[in-house]
Design a protein around this ligand. Sequence first.
Ligand code: NAI
Ligand code: MG
Length: 484
Amino acid sequence: MTLRPLGAAPEKCMIGGRWISPANNECLSLINPSDGSVLCDIAKGSKEDIDQAVFAAESALQGIWGKTTAAERGRILARLGHLVLEHKDELATLEAQDVGKPYKQARADVLALARYMEFYAGAADKLHGETIPYLDGYTVYTLREPHGVTGHIIPWNYPMQIIGRSVGAALATGNACVLKPAEEACLTALAFAELANKAGLPDGALNVVPGLGSEAGAALTRHKGVHHISFTGSVEVGKLIQRTAADNVVPVTLELGGKSPQVVFEDADLDASLPFLVNAGIQNAGQTCSASSRILVHQSLYEEVVVKMAKRYNALQAGPAMDDWDVGPLVSHRQKQLVEGFLAKGEELELVGRGKILEDAPSGGAYVAPSLFAGVHPDHILAQDEIFGPVQVVIPFQDEDEAVAIANGTNFGLVASCWTTDGARQMRMAKKLRAGQVFLNNYGAGGGVELPFGGTGLSGHGREKGFEALYGFTTLKTVAALHG
Ligand code: NAI
Ligand code: MG
């Protein structure tokens, strides 16, 4: 089937501003997880294509892109943001069909991508070095310079949002990017590359090579011409990337997901918290790095929270992405099997709520019924491992110390939230919770592009989003002039 997302050629790679067939002329099929049909063929990029893409990026840095001022980079990103908004319906449709996420959520992701372009457009000319008071006769200052060629290996769960936060910040600071989207979902990455051309981004500043992680992804990670790697995905591959990058002594930013808790204290505003408790677990069918998969509840409210959450779960419906049900399919049958494997390990647990898969949902779709477990021991595998599906566990606690111990009691540390009307407790919890982002009386703060994001522990390291990302995508040079 031929699909031309906004004019892009999915069976090709975007290299040096042109659509180029992969060196080996091989393709992969992109599947629509709502019904199992083939959406289109995509390029199966290999080492040769990555070599070409890195060469194109280097050439861009030597050429027009390397000479483009910060203000002009900002203008290009602003135009790109406008184009994203102009094409919001097409982009949302592509993302919904490709990832399987409900259309409304895909629309929100388009707006986020546009916001990233706007934010980094505005920030491009506001990042600067400093002058440092030093010895008599010296003038010392710092320069913020791009790394050079940056590699971006992104997953399938939020392609547009992750392109926005990582490629947006890298381009704003003058890097030239090679993007390897996920083999499960890459249509919006290709459409974005086409829009970047239309926005006037110089050739080679953004190159996109679809393909397998083990081939194109591994080749990008190993490439000696790559000066920084930004990766979002599994812990397993994150470790591999950090090890490989060590051979070239290249900095990496790793965002590897989590097991993020919401802690509900006895004085919480329960009505305010309930929508967040469930939505943060089922958004994008739970395939969200910052999904809240653990709900910790003070014993005094425990029964009430379980009953109310279960009621919501029992009303949830899973169905095709374009029809906008509460939950879409998982991205693939492989992901469905992974999640079902976890559900099998929860068989002895108390299943208190279960959503429904629409009766007439296409049989080829990768649907999993949302599942809520209660009374789960904090050490149980369902309370420890990232499931990446619409599954939440509820865990009771007795006091603040125990809540902190359970909340911090996994190997992850991406996001955490705390529901309490006690101001002093809010401040204590914000300090005690081990996470890159802490939310007080909310969860996710609407996903703001302005808010630095990243993890500790197995959730990874480095920060993307917000102004902070600009530091990560630059390197600092100190200049000391002795002039007497
Ligand atoms: P993955 O980590 O294998 O894939 C993410 C990206 O890495 C894709 O672009 C893939 O092609 C690439 N990749 C895979 N192997 C590579 C290699 N050897 N070298 C370089 N790049 C490579 O994730 P996968 O297999 O799709 O999902 C497995 C689990 O990972 C999920 O169940 C979930 O727990 C976690 N995950 C977390 C994400 C997050 O947002 N933090 C996103 C996706 C997955
Ligand atoms: Mg994998």
